[in-house]
Design a protein around this ligand. Structure first.
Ligand code: C2E
Ligand code: CA
Ligand code: CA
Length: 357
């Protein structure tokens, strides 16, 4: 705001009064993985400020991608990217390719790798690495959400087989299924075919699903998931405790793993605001005992520091995931990380203290 105000101060040049308007873009550094990405975000914010008429400042937000580039164009590009029944899915000239990053999921409190979660990104020739929050809603609108999930599953299962061949012991691969995938007929066949094509035991695959109100009563989806469970495939309820993920969701879906959303962790919800209010940590412990009483595995996501880890351990989480252990990494990065730590993340001081008790 100060820069904008200073620049727009009128001035006189060779006797002529002039006014100059500036468009300013800002980006928070903690919203980006690298300085290059942060600069890209700031640049995008400037372009969005100009697109809104200029003479203003804007702070980066993921929605600005669509605003600057035009959602229609992004949808066209996404269609091209996943077109053709997977024939050349994952890459198309001029629109880049889909890449998958892998974030370790570790056993608590040992830090031994229990698996990874596959997280899609769009490597675009001009826009760089585009985050899923930006393009997944557009992929769904463009009608290619299910094809995109299938491509991610294909890449992820082949990646798991490649790690096996290198001697990395990664027991499980978590893959996200969006609403379109769940709604698509033949889910069960697609999933088992993908495992067979990669030569991966279905028991090593974990399907991560989130609550969708309109699917809750869809018997076909539940029957497919039940058949997959019988074939050994795991099902995780994702984002439990956030948004729509209600207790009823535990009853409706045949899940063996519950992924607790990070919204109750101390790094997000730090204080008990008033004695009459619940402490978020106490709530985590209570939710943990609910999950355990139901015989489900508790996974706490988004563990960022020792404080978060202490709460996850107090809640009895068997597995955890978060920047505290490792960020999502491209395949080569994951191999390097694995070799550096021997397949076991450091779990830090809180776990060590707990372990010695
Ligand atoms: P999600 O399934 O809840 O995935 C976890 C998200 O949290 C990931 O964001 C991950 O990078 C981020 N994360 C991990 N550890 C931490 C941490 O310690 N702190 C914080 N603040 N964040 C952490 P990402 O990769 O941007 O993915 C966003 C969402 O996009 C995912 O949320 C998932 O819902 C969706 N998504 C990603 N890949 C796919 C896919 O292949 N198919 C579908 N349908 N959805 C996907
Ligand atoms: Ca997930
Ligand atoms: Ca989640």
């Amino acid at each position: 705001r100060a820069v904008s105000a200073a620049v727009s101060e009128p001035f006189v040049l060779d006797g002529t009064p002039l006014a100059v308007a500036a468009s300013v873009g800002a980006a928070p550094l903690d919203g980006a993985a690298t300085s290059r990405e942060a600069l890209g975000h700031a640049d995008l914010a400037v372009r969005a400020a100009k697109a809104r008429g200029g003479d203003r400042w804007l702070c980066y937000a993921p929605e600005l991608h669509g605003e600057v580039l035009g959602p229609q164009q992004m949808q066209r590009e996404l269609r091209a990217l996943v077109a053709g029944d997977g024939a050349r899915a994952g890459s198309a000239d001029g629109v880049g390719r889909l890449v998958v990053e892998y974030q370790p999921v570790v056993e608590l409190p040992t830090g031994v790798v229990n698996g990874v979660e596959a997280l899609v990104r769009w490597q675009h020739p001009e826009r760089g690495l585009v985050r899923p929050d930006v393009f997944l809603p557009l992929a769904e609108t463009a009608g290619v959400g299910a094809a995109l999930d299938r491509e991610v599953m294909r890449q992820a299962l082949h990646q798991l087989a490649a790690w096996d061949a290198l001697g990395l012991d990664v027991p499980h691969m978590g893959v996200n299924l969006g609403r379109d995938s769940l709604r698509e007929p033949g889910l069960r066949g697609h999933v088992l075919d993908a495992c067979a094509a990669a030569g991966v035991d279905p028991a090593r695959l974990l399907l991560e699903i989130t609550e969708h109100d309109e699917l809750a009563t869809d018997a076909g989806v539940v029957a497919d998931l039940l058949a997959l469970r019988e074939a050994g495939v795991g099902v995780a309820l994702d984002d439990f405790g956030a948004g729509h993920a209600s207790v009823g969701y535990l009853r409706r879906w045949p899940a063996n793993v519950v992924k607790l959303d990070r919204s109750l962790l101390p790094s997000v919800a730090p204080v008990q605001p008033h004695p009459a209010m619940l402490d978020p940590g106490d709530l985590m412990v209570a939710v943990g005992s609910l999950v355990h009483a139901l015989g489900r595995v508790l996974l706490v996501e988004g563990i960022e520091d020792d404080g978060d880890l202490a709460v996850a351990l107090a809640a009895g989480a068997q597995v955890g995931q978060g920047y505290h252990f490792a960020r999502p990494m491209p395949p080569e990065g994951f191999i390097a990380w694995w070799r550096a730590c021997g397949g076991a993340a450091s779990v830090g001081a809180a776990a060590a203290a707990r372990g010695s008790r």
